[in-house]
Design a protein around this ligand. Structure first.
Ligand code: NAD
Length: 492
């Protein structure tokens, strides 16, 4: 099989078969606005088939009763098969997402494989935990000796819904732990990036994953709504915007499904007076330009001590001057396009609102002028921003950052916490002890001290609070999301 066949097939992966669809929709390459292929669109009949297949694969019991070592071995094969196709999958990631090549190689491809391998390794964790021995009164009026275990069980049929910005990452990092835990999966990617999901069907075929364990259906909100309201689904794991996350939580409520929500962010970069300004500005640059600003954990609010703010702004301006916005396949390009015209015009509207609100534009604030095809926008940042401006509060999801001044640590913490979101955050300071004390006061799922991007492969849990969602991914906490606990007592 090749990516060309995948694109021409116009079929969904259901119950281990490729099922053609009557309806298709074009997928656009954001770097040049050409149609890269027509993607299949699932109908109600396809969804029925996927739901029945996923249910049967779980209820049949073959997979969930298999030994953990057998499941680990199958998923290790699955990951090895992905790795063998790296030279096809990485260009596909570039084509669908517009990620520059280096980011596609590392963040979009190598990192999820590393995380998934870690999850394979740690999934041997004990699934039985003994309970204390105790003496309890029994039905004969005498005493029994009681003991017990807590058994971790797979939750059942999982629906995984993924976004367009890190699609391959999310497809791998949701499907692999769910399967490791003994669940079956229906994967629904963003309609902007369908092939990075469908390719996993070919991988499943190649390694002989039992039929129905991984079903892949493509389409938009209607497809997602049908899956998240269906009573046969036990758990939804969703990565996307807070708006859609809230809708999904409501859609899941009537059937009382479990929901894991990994949502948006507006993360703070606190730069103390004693910080290494050059390092902090480099982290700030990453917060604006990585994935053209289309990243959930990006540091978009730069909260900088007023004594060094002018130096920070100058350093960041200089770094932005060195950014090459361009075709993501050009190895010299350091920032690619936004995903669609709608994303670029949303960014433009936010910039206009910021100017109206009196924020001072330092650099950028316009479409990239030397590229006439593709959804490019220049990296942009504002200084002198008040934290209550819309540009400081709402997720732009474009290459835009804001600089907000502060005078005391307490003020920095208050500004950082004054947001609807809580996903990531960073503190730059020569005094790491003080930075640690401040990190403990931030209401967010993660904080990096003297670094700009979370070390996702630490084995630590990843996730948010407030409108950034609930539930955790990666490591043991991530695996546990795909299980429930059952307490079994023995009395004699
Ligand atoms: P989105 O919320 O628009 O869409 C995400 C997915 O939900 C897509 O597959 C979409 O088709 C589907 N969907 C839309 N409406 C639905 C409905 N009613 N029911 C079920 N499914 C539905 O997000 P996006 O624009 O693709 O991605 C960007 C967002 O994702 C940003 O907010 C970003 O911060 C967030 N994100 C979060 C993380 C994280 O780990 N916290 C990681 C990456 C992206």
């Amino acid at each position: 099989m090749s990516i060309t066949t995948l694109k021409e097939r116009q079929a969904l992966y259901i119950n281990g078969e490729w099922i053609p669809t009557d309806e298709v929709e074009p997928v656009i390459n954001p770097a040049n606005e050409t149609t890269l292929a027509e993607a299949p669109l699932a109908s109600r009949t396809h969804l029925e088939a996927a739901l029945a297949s996923g249910r049967e694969a779980f209820d049949g019991g073959g997979w969930r009763r298999m030994s953990q070592a057998q499941r680990q071995s199958k998923l290790a094969e699955f990951l090895a098969a992905i790795e063998r196709r790296s030279e096809e999958i990485i260009p596909l990631i570039v084509e669908e997402t517009g990620s520059v090549l280096a980011v596609a190689r590392f963040l979009q491809f190598a990192m999820p494989l590393q995380l998934a391998r870690q999850m394979v390794d740690i999934s041997t964790r004990p699934t039985l935990t003994p309970l204390p021995v105790d003496v309890v009164p029994n039905e004969h009026g005498s005493l029994s000796l009681a003991a017990g275990v807590v058994s971790r069980e797979p939750v059942g049929l999982v629906v995984a819904i993924t976004p367009y910005n890190v699609p391959f990452f999310c497809n791998v990092c949701k499907s692999v732990p769910a399967l490791l835990a003994g669940c079956s999966v229906i994967l629904k990617p963003s309609p902007y990036t369908p092939f990075e999901a469908l390719v996993l069907g070919e991988i499943a075929d190649e390694v002989g994953l039992p039929k129905g364990l991984l079903n892949i259906v493509t389409g938009g909100p209607e497809v997602g709504a049908a899956l998240t309201t269906d009573r046969r689904v036990d758990l939804i794991t969703f990565t996307g915007s807070d708006k859609v996350g809230a809708t999904i939580q409501a859609q899941a409520a009537p059937t009382v499904k479990r929901v894991v929500l990994e949502l948006g962010g507006k993360s703070a970069l606190i730069v103390r007076e004693d910080a290494d300004v050059a390092m902090a500005a480099a982290a700030g640059l990453g917060g604006i330009t990585t994935l053209a600003g289309q990243g959930c954990v990006l540091l978009t609010r730069h909260i900088v001590h007023n004594a060094i703010r002018a130096r920070y702004v100058e350093a960041l301006r200089n770094l932005i001057g060195g950014v090459k916005v361009g075709d993501p396949n050009d190895p010299a390009a350091t920032m690619g396009p936004l995903i669609r015209e709608a994303a670029r015009s949303r960014t433009e509207r936010y910039v206009a609102v910021a100017l109206d609100e009196g924020c001072k534009l330092v650099v950028g604030g316009r479409r990239t002028t030397n590229l006439d095809r593709g959804y490019y926008y220049d990296p942009t940042f504002f200084d002198g921003v008040s934290n209550d401006c819309r540009i400081a509060q709402e997720e732009v999801f474009g290459p835009v950052g804001v600089v907000i001044g502060f005078d005391t640590d307490e003020e920095a913490i208050a500004i950082a916490n004054d947001t609807a979101y809580g996903l990531s955050g960073a503190i730059f300071s020569a005094n790491v002890g003080r930075a640690y004390e401040m990190a403990l006061q931030l209401r967010t799922g993660g904080v990096i001290i003297n670094g700009g991007f979370p070390r996702l492969t630490s084995g630590g849990p990843f996730g948010g609070v407030k409108r950034s969602g609930h539930g955790r991914e990666f490591g043991e906490s991530g695996l546990n999301e795909f299980t429930y606990t059952k307490t079994i007592d023995f009395q004699q």
